[in-house]
Design a binder for this molecule. Structure first.
Ligand SMILES: NC(=O)c1ccc[n+]([C@@H]2O[C@H](COP(=O)([O-])OP(=O)(O)OC[C@H]3O[C@@H](n4cnc5c(N)ncnc54)[C@H](OP(=O)(O)O)[C@@H]3O)[C@@H](O)[C@H]2O)c1
Length: 284
C-alpha cells in the first residue's frame, strides 16, 4: 500500500514536542494510548465526558483536560477550538472514543442505533474536519483513527457499530490519499479483542466470563501501534495476535468464514450471554 504513495520524508514529531489530542482518555484503552504518547515526548490534550477521570490523568501526564460529549456537535467544535488554543496547535489527533451498547440491532430504537454511528463515525470524522485546517496551514499533522475488526469478522450483534468502524476505515483511506502530499497523514489502527482494558475486559468481568489470552491482545499493543502508525507512516495496522492483516484480507475474500469462525470460537454463545445480561439489566 505504501509503495503506491509519493515518497515523503517522515519527521518524528515527538522529537519536536508535538501536541496530541486523545479522545476517550477517561478510561479503557485511551489512557494507555495517552501514556504511550506522553512517554514518547508528546504534550497532550485529553478529552472524554468524565471530567474527574480526564483531570486525574492530565495531572499524572502534565497534560490539559477538556471535557466534552463528542456526540454533541457544538461541544465537539468548542472542545476542538479550545484544544488548539491550549498549546497553539494540534499535531496529532487520536480518535479513540467509541464503543457499543452490546444489544440486538432490532431491540434498539432507531435513535439508539443512530447514537452508535454518531459516536463511532460522525464524531471522529467531525473532529478530523475541525482540526484539518490548522494542520494544513502548518503543513503537518497526523490523524489516527481507532477502528475495529468487528465488521470484517461479522462479530455478533454489532450491526451499527460495525458499519461505523468499517466506515472509519474507508474515511481514513481517502483522507490519507487526499492530504498526504500536503503533510497531513491519516492512519487507522484496527483492533481485535483487547483483554486487559476497555469495553471487552469490563464486559467479561461484569458478566463473569474469562477472556482467553489466545486470540486477544493487551492494551499496550494498541499504544505501541498508535506510535508506530505515526513514526512509520503506516496506512493501517491490525492489532491482533498473529498476522492480523492477513486475517482481515482473508475475511474480505471469504466473508462467509466470519460467522463460521465466530461459531467455532464460541463468540456467538458469548455474545448471546452478554446480550441476555444487558436485557435483564434493562428490564429490571
Ligand atoms: N476494547 C476492545 O476490545 C476494543 C476492540 C475493538 C475496538 N475497540 C475500540 O477502541 C476504542 C476504545 O475502546 P475502549 O474499549 O477503551 O472503550 P471504553 O473503555 O468504553 O472507553 C470509551 C471511551 O470513549 C469515551 N466516550 C464514550 N462516549 C463518549 C461521548 N459521547 N463523548 C465523548 N467521549 C465518549 C469514554 O469516556 P466518557 O465515558 O468519559 O465520555 C471513554 O473514555 C473504541 O473506539 C472502541 O470501539 C475496542
Amino acid at each position: 500500500m505504501q509503495s503506491a504513495e509519493s515518497p515523503k520524508e517522515i519527521v518524528s514529531m515527538s522529537r519536536e514536542s508535538g501536541v496530541a489530542l486523545v479522545t476517550g482518555a477517561s478510561r479503557g484503552i485511551g489512557p494507555v494510548i495517552a501514556r504511550e504518547l506522553a512517554g514518547a515526548g508528546y504534550r497532550l490534550v485529553l478529552t472524554g465526558r468524565s471530567q474527574n477521570e480526564i483531570e486525574t490523568l492530565a495531572k499524572e501526564l502534565n497534560a490539559m483536560a477538556i471535557p466534552a460529549d463528542l456526540t454533541d456537535a457544538r461541544q465537539l467544535e468548542a472542545m476542538a477550538a479550545a484544544a488548539e488554543r491550549s498549546y497553539g496547535r494540534i499535531d496529532v489527533l487520536v480518535n479513540n472514543a467509541g464503543g457499543d451498547p452490546q444489544r440486538e440491532f432490532d431491540a434498539m430504537t432507531w435513535d439508539q442505533n443512530q447514537a452508535i454511528i454518531a459516536l463511532n463515525a460522525l464524531a471522529p470524522i467531525h473532529l478530523a474536519h475541525a482540526l484539518l485546517p490548522g494542520m494544513l496551514a502548518r503543513g503537518r499533522g497526523h490523524i489516527v483513527n481507532i477502528s475495529s475488526i468487528a465488521g470484517r469478522v461479522s462479530f455478533p450483534y454489532t450491526e451499527a457499530y460495525a458499519a461505523a468502524k468499517d466506515g472509519l476505515i474507508g474515511f481514513t483511506r481517502v483522507l490519507r490519499s487526499d492530504y498526504r502530499a500536503r503533510g497531513v497523514i491519516a492512519s487507522v489502527v484496527i483492533l481485535g479483542a483487547i483483554r486487559d482494558a476497555g469495553q471487552g475486559d469490563r464486559t467479561a468481568k461484569e458478566v463473569g466470563l474469562k477472556l482467553p489470552s489466545a486470540g486477544t491482545s493487551p492494551a499496550s499493543a494498541v499504544g505501541r501501534a498508535v506510535l508506530t502508525a505515526i513514526n512509520k507512516d503506516k496506512a493501517e495496522i491490525v492489532v491482533m495476535p498473529g498476522p492480523g492483516r492477513v486475517l482481515k484480507a482473508v475475511m474480505d475474500l471469504f466473508p462467509g468464514l466470519g460467522p463460521a469462525m465466530n461459531r467455532a470460537a464460541g463468540a456467538n454463545d458469548t455474545m448471546r450471554t452478554v446480550i441476555e445480561f444487558r436485557k435483564q439489566r434493562l428490564n429490571g
